[in-house]
Design a protein around this ligand. Structure first.
Ligand code: CO
Ligand code: CO
Length: 321
């Protein structure tokens, strides 16, 4: 009961409804031939409007992920990035809303070419299966095993060649909490010896990744996503610019993630050196793009839900996914 009170279910419902409206609108602007940066800025504009974004109280909870093809997560264009969305791309849109810091984290995959239908189906079904397996006292390792079984029951034919689908072993779902996108527990998407149990009142984002590659992601260059470290204090910062930047980050994003484009919109045009100093001092953590092997394709679906005493409430479910 105590934990239930802590979480503001009403805020979660509002945040999820905002997300449904944003993604409904986004279907009209996600078109092949458009620049990724334009698509992201359009999505962010409408998200700001719908959530009535107000510094730290409500708005976007992390940058608009739009990872392409073999990149599984944590890509959003930095300014100057001219990448264009192509008909043959597989694009994972992973963006979140928050009301009073209560984080909604949900993702869907867009592909225009029907050859990827099975790839998308694999992660969509696996995510739904993971949510089905979730519940009070469910063991995280067993949920991972169930998810893997669904993911790896699929194969995809691309240009006359068959690819078995692999679960990405080093990506997982996670608990969410107020101002925290990753609140401590992880939900694997492969079989693991993890007997940790889900508990009443917890909120989870279950996300699964289907890959035609190795099923393992590594860091890539050109980082765009960052977060203030939850234990950071501004006491030991040398120099006016880094201190100004840190205070701004702390005030406007708290421990939610942000991207370099947003700093420029906020008026920090030349932030590279100040940002580097904050990273070197351990006050800001970078979250670089995570990619499987070049040439492969990855799909992702994700939902946020809560384990209430008598039911699971899937906040982010809609008539699209
Ligand atoms: Co996500
Ligand atoms: Co997530």
């Amino acid at each position: 009961m105590e934990r239930l009170r802590e979480y503001d279910i009403d805020s979660m419902r509002k945040g999820a409804e905002c997300h449904r409206q944003v993604r409904k609108y986004s279907q009209r602007i996600i078109k092949p031939g458009r620049k990724m940066i334009d698509i992201c800025e359009d999505i962010e504009k409408i998200l700001r409007f719908i959530t009535n974004q107000n510094t730290i109280h409500c708005g976007q909870s992390f940058p608009t992920g739009c990872s392409l093809n073999h990149v599984a997560a944590h890509y959003t264009p930095n300014s100057g990035d001219e990448t264009v969305l192509n008909y043959d791309d597989v694009c994972k849109f992973d963006f979140g809303t928050h009301i009073n810091g209560f984080v909604i984290d949900t993702a869907f995959t867009v592909a225009f070419n029907p050859i990827y239908d099975n790839l998308l189906m694999a992660s969509k079904e696996a995510t739904n299966h993971g949510i089905k397996l979730a519940g009070i006292d469910a063991r995280l390792g067993e949920i991972g095993a169930g998810i893997q079984e669904v993911l790896e029951s699929y194969e995809v034919e691309l240009n006359g060649k068959n690819y078995p689908i692999k679960a990405i072993r080093n990506l997982c779902g996670h608990t969410v909490a107020q101002y925290k996108v990753h609140a401590g527990k992880s939900v694997p998407i492969v079989k693991k010896e993890d007997n940790t149990k889900m508990e009443e009142g917890e909120m989870y984002a279950i996300e699964t990744f289907a890959s035609t590659g190795k099923g393992w992601v590594t860091d890539k260059s050109d980082c765009s996503h960052y977060m203030v470290n939850e234990y950071a204090t501004g006491e030991k910062i040398r120099g006016d610019k880094p201190r100004q930047l840190f205070n701004h980050l702390y005030r406007n994003y708290n421990t939610l993630a942000w991207c370099r484009r947003w700093l420029e919109e906020d008026g920090f045009k030349n932030h590279s050196l100040a940002l580097k100093q904050l990273i070197d001092q351990g006050l800001v953590d970078p979250y670089p793009p995570l990619a499987d092997i070049e040439g492969c394709y990855v799909s992702q679906f994700e939902h946020t839900f809560m384990l209430k005493p008598t039911k699971k409430e899937i906040f982010t479910v809609g008539d699209d996914y």
